[in-house]
Design a protein around this ligand. Structure first.
Ligand code: SF4
Length: 328
């Protein structure tokens, strides 16, 4: 591990002052960043520990939530308001990692965890554009069973690893940031980037900018929501495909619907096309599969991960069937 400086921040203002403008990284629970530092994939000159800053989950007057970035994943999953009004978020958090890791991992850190592409974690033996821009991508002609099928580029086919972020994408969450240029709010759907020509740039976060909170506005679909994760083993594994969905029915029709996929792209994949097809329609399995077909039409799989197209369609139809009672 490359030597680094370590300092602990007491609040956001302190964190920004300690970070300065240098080669600093903010440290949450460290459950991904420290692994990357041990392998010299990340080599920050300094860490500012923000994991012990005040962390709260506040209810807004309109029924929304503001979740501090230092809130631990396990605390957020167990919060009674999250379980009652945003079950998709609680279930997604509980589907991630292990109990020990959820106790350490913070909400802010979860947003910034990096892909688990095996070639990315092999600096000694593999080419990776995300690790070394311009080096090439050994996954494209290599072992790509777990890789992306949507939004890929000739430079990277990695997937986004978070479960929490898939639920937050379906909930239209907002990321609160503060940095040297002040504060700003970014929709979660715009926070992560697709790989395009520069897969090493994964978010819109600016240098020395700190995630301070996530907010979720109230909506009727959130209370009637689910998360399903399909993976190779039943715990402590990343998603082959996951689906976060919520819907609001009125008079036997879909009044509002939110669907996001995990395990299929470099960022949480909001299924806007499928949502638009289903809004106003009857909640039937035929309609769910028709909408899933349209959403997955743009998929560009490798030979090894083409199965994800059918898996994504069936998982989406199954989750919506569970929410509506439509036969699967
Ligand atoms: Fe690197 Fe992306 Fe290729 Fe994986 S898929 S080796 S992360 S460039």
């Amino acid at each position: 591990m490359t030597p680094f400086q370590y300092q602990r921040a007491t609040d956001a203002a302190d964190a920004l002052a300690l970070a300065g403008a240098g080669q600093c990284r903010f440290l949450g629970g460290g459950t991904n960043l420290v692994d990357l530092m041990r392998q010299n994939i990340e080599t920050p000159a300094a860490l500012v520990d923000v994991s012990r800053m005040p962390a709260s989950i506040e209810q807004e007057g309109d029924g929304g939530l503001v979740i501090g970035a230092a809130v631990r994943n396990s605390v957020l999953a167990a919060h009674p308001v999250v379980r009652a009004r945003y079950p998709v978020l609680s279930r997604a958090l509980l589907a991630g990692a292990s109990a020990q890791i959820r106790n350490m991992a913070t909400v802010g850190g979860n947003l910034l965890q990096r892909t688990r592409c095996a070639y990315f974690y092999d600096p000694a033996g593999s080419r990776c554009n995300k690790r070394v821009p311009g080096a090439g991508c050994d996954a494209i002609d290599g072992f790509s069973r777990n890789h992306a099928i949507l939004g890929t580029s000739p430079n990277c086919i990695a997937t986004h690893p978070s479960d929490m972020c898939i639920a937050l994408a379906a909930l239209d969450a907002t990321v609160h940031l503060c940095g040297p240029d002040g504060t700003r709010h970014v929709p979660l759907l715009d926070f992560h980037r697709l790989p395009a020509n520069d897969p090493h740039i994964e978010t819109v976060l600016r240098p020395a900018e700190l995630i301070t909170a996530i907010s979720i506005a109230p909506n009727a679909a959130a209370a009637h929501s689910r998360y399903r994760k399909v993976r190779d083993r039943s715990s402590y594994a990343f998603a082959l495909v996951s689906v976060a969905a919520g819907l609001d029915l009125a008079d036997g029709r879909i009044r509002d619907i939110r669907i996001a996929f995990g395990g299929v792209a470099a960022k949480p994949w909001r299924a806007l096309q499928a949502e638009s097809i289903l809004r106003g329609e009857a909640p039937t399995r035929e309609n769910f599969l028709r909408a899933a077909d349209a959403e997955l039409a743009a998929a560009k799989p490798t030979e090894a991960n083409a199965f994800k197209i059918e898996l994504a369609k069936r998982t989406m139809a199954a989750v919506l069937g569970e929410l509506t009672g439509a036969s699967t």
